[in-house]
Design a protein around this ligand. Structure first.
Ligand SMILES: [Zn+2]
Ligand SMILES: [Zn+2]
Length: 330
């Protein structure tokens, strides 16, 4: 008893940063189209914690199979007596919820097709995204209603947890909270999710265009809100999309970003966070790069090259591959 007390006292006396472990991010879907089976999805957990949430769910089972093949589910132990494979255990037990940025197919396809064999868990989204799900997907036309709202009968597997922008909400059965920030994307709402665990934070953006083109202040507000976390070192990484190369004209962005626009946006965050050195070595995972059907230099290579050339902030640029596992911070 005394030893327990001494241990917990020691833990209390440690500075919070000493308890910071960072996050494990497993790439379940790396691209933004057109490659079915490898569409936007990132599994996020505090480092070493087998209770995760995903940021979007464009690919689930395909991504878990890729992570297993790459040896990156090795830290996840299937309980004795379970008849699940590690992929099955991870889908039904480790993943405790889905954060969905918007209801476009490339962000939800994995969730939809896995739903019959999935376990019950919440979907975290802003109200308009839940409405889109209920109206367009879980409507007994596109798919049976596995949700808790919309067309009857409601199978109720995925409880709709409504996120109010700017208000942190616990991610049930995990050590994490999520705060939603609205984004503008192709005439629909999209969402950025700030995931926090203890002293650590991670930002995952759904599809978004730049404020200038969208005539919105959403990204400006996001950077303002998260700059203190970047300044203090609590922010361990950002997942952000680059759908096109930098030569793409503003009129053909369709609510997406390019390397040039990412760097413009992150410069705003750096400015709020204390200057050009404030984001040095911050991991930036680039999502939503589109698979190319054409010969010649791949958009992925061009985007990688452009980001590295424009990287005056000293960011740690990561071009993810499905199945990859990254430890951010800690
Ligand atoms: Zn998308
Ligand atoms: Zn989209």
């Amino acid at each position: 008893m005394r030893r327990l007390f001494a241990l917990s006292l020691a833990a209390c006396l440690l500075p919070l940063s000493a308890l910071a472990q960072g996050f494990d991010v497993t790439v379940l879907g790396a691209t933004g189209g057109i490659q079915d089976g490898n569409l936007s999805a990132f599994m996020i957990a505090p480092h070493g914690d087998a209770r995760a949430v995903t940021c979007d769910a464009g690919a689930l089972v395909a991504g878990l199979i890729a992570a297993e093949a790459a040896g990156n589910l090795g830290a996840i132990t299937v309980p004795e007596g379970s008849d699940y494979t590690r992929v099955g255990h991870t889908l039904t037990d480790v993943i405790r919820g889905y954060m969905i940025s918007h209801a476009h197919m490339d962000h939800i396809a994995g969730l939809i097709v896995a739903s019959p064999d999935d376990s019950a868990k919440p979907i975290y989204a802003i109200q308009s995204v839940h409405d889109d799900f209920a109206d367009s997907i879980f409507n007994w036309v596109a798919w049976p209603n596995f949700g808790t709202t919309g067309a009857e009968p409601r199978l109720g597997k995925y409880a709709a947890t409504v996120l109010t922008p700017g208000a942190p909400v616990p991610i049930a059965d995990t050590e994490m909270t999520v705060t939603a920030y609205p984004l503008a994307h192709s005439g629909r709402d999209s969402t950025a999710f700030l995931v926090q665990s203890g002293d650590d934070a991670l930002l995952c953006l759904g599809d978004t265009g730049p404020d200038r083109v969208n005539n919105s202040g959403n990204l400006a507000a996001l950077w303002q809100a998260t700059a203190p976390l970047a300044a203090s070192g609590a922010l361990k990484g950002i997942i952000i999309e680059s759908s096109y190369t930098s030569e793409r004209p503003d009129t053909l962005l369709f609510g997406h970003l390019t390397p040039r626009l990412i760097m413009d946006e992150l410069a705003v965050l750096a400015k709020h966070a204390g200057g050009t050195d404030s984001l040095k070595d911050l991991p930036i995972i680039i999502s939503h790069v589109k698979y190319s059907l054409r010969t010649g230099p791949s958009p992925r290579d061009i985007i990688t090259d452009e980001l590295n050339k424009m990287n005056t902030l000293g960011l740690k640029i990561i071009m993810p591959v499905q199945g990859d596992l990254y430890r951010l911070g800690g």
